[in-house]
Ligand binder design. Structure first.
Ligand SMILES: Nc1ncnc2c1ncn2[C@@H]1O[C@H](COP(=O)(O)OP(=O)(O)OP(=O)(O)O)[C@@H](O)[C@H]1O
Length: 323
């Protein structure tokens, strides 16, 4: 039974010619305790999808479809019903920890406020100290007395993770949680997230453009391209037998994953902006396998076992037949 079940999720923003969809008919399930990686190039709609799931898009966005979290339909949920869920049962970790924290309050004050909201029965100071210890902060007292600008990027991200754990959540949505950090700190923060994910048994949706992260920590991967999921599969199948040419291109572009000479291969072209989406597969202009059919008809999603993909000419493998 999935804890998070998304189907038909569509998000539009008002454009010059009326509402312009930027996320289209998104669907995936995440099982309890699973780490699902949402991958794709910049502009494919990963962040907007996460914000829609967490109910964080403002009135400017039109959101339709279904997002069931532990059986609760989140789309259309009244703000007063959403508020107790968000932060407590659904926590977010953002890329920009310093931006997500309040610059004019100490860490102590901010953590105590989160604790007051989501664990009112706990003793704020004690729990704040315990959580900061759990996320590997050595000088807890100094951290509590600091303002975010006094801490390193990695320390701020540790504080964000501590804050996300306050409510003992069922789902953590981590949007590029390590992108803003230097390489060594990235690895430490990723390890910390996964350690806490296991310890708390929490489901995690992790947005990344780094397939190395997917290979290292995810159970399953969902690939987004131009507002749609074009492939979803358990991570071993995805990395070894991708069905969609876009997935294969992303894998080939990652040094060390492609099994080649370790050199990154770039994918020619860019993700088309939402205003340029029309009929046909949006990846067709960049796809070596594209035919007239691809340019004319948007592919529907095919499901074979645990793997699903939206492509007229999937790569051979796994009993699939290429055409
Ligand atoms: N508030 C907004 N109003 C209009 N369009 C928006 C808004 N927010 C995002 N978009 C558009 O939605 C599309 C998807 O953006 P999104 O940030 O979700 O992509 P992404 O895959 O997360 O990219 P990145 O990896 O760069 O964060 C983009 O075309 C973006 O310009």
């Amino acid at each position: 039974m999935p804890i998070l079940s998304v189907s038909g999720l569509t998000v539009s923003f008002e454009g010059d010619g009326g509402p312009l969809p930027v996320v289209l008919d998104l669907g995936f399930d995440a099982d309890a305790g699973e780490i699902l990686g949402l991958v794709g190039e910049s502009g494919s709609g990963k962040s907007v999808s996460c914000m829609a799931i967490a109910g964080l898009l403002g009135a400017a966005a039109e959101v339709a479809g279904d997002v069931h979290f532990d059986g609760i339909q989140l789309i259309g949920l009244a703000p007063e019903a959403f508020r107790p869920l968000r932060g407590k049962r659904i926590a977010m970790v953002f890329q920009d920890a310093i931006g997500a924290l309040n610059p004019i309050q100490t860490i102590s004050r901010q953590l105590r406020e989160v604790i007051r909201l989501h664990r009112p029965e706990a003793r704020g100071g004690n729990l704040a100290r315990e959580l900061l210890g759990q996320v590997g902060i050595e000088d807890v007292e100094r951290c509590l007395a600091s303002y975010p600008h006094m801490l390193s990027g990695g320390m701020n991200q540790r504080v964000m993770i501590a804050s996300a754990l306050v409510g003992n959540p069922d789902l953590i949505i981590a949007d590029e949680p390590t992108t803003a950090l230097d390489v060594t700190t990235q690895a430490q923060i990723l390890d910390l997230l996964v350690e806490k994910q296991r310890e708390y048994g929490v489901t995690m949706l992790i947005v990344t453009h780094d397939l190395g992260v997917v290979a290292r920590v995810c159970d399953a991967a969902a690939v987004m391209y131009a507002g749609r999921i074009v492939e979803k599969a358990p991570v071993e199948i995805f990395l070894e037998q991708p069905a969609h040419p876009y997935s294969a291109a992303l894998i080939a572009a990652m040094p060390g994953l492609s099994g080649g000479d370790g050199k990154m291969q770039s994918i020619d072209g860019t993700v088309p902006p939402p205003s340029a989406w029309g009929d046909g597969c949006t990846f067709a202009p960049r796809c070596p396998r594209a035919t007239d059919l691809c340019r004319a008809q948007t592919p529907v999603t095919t499901v074979i076992g645990a793997q699903s993909y939206a492509c007229h000419h999937p790569l051979p493998g796994n009993g699939r037949v290429s055409s």
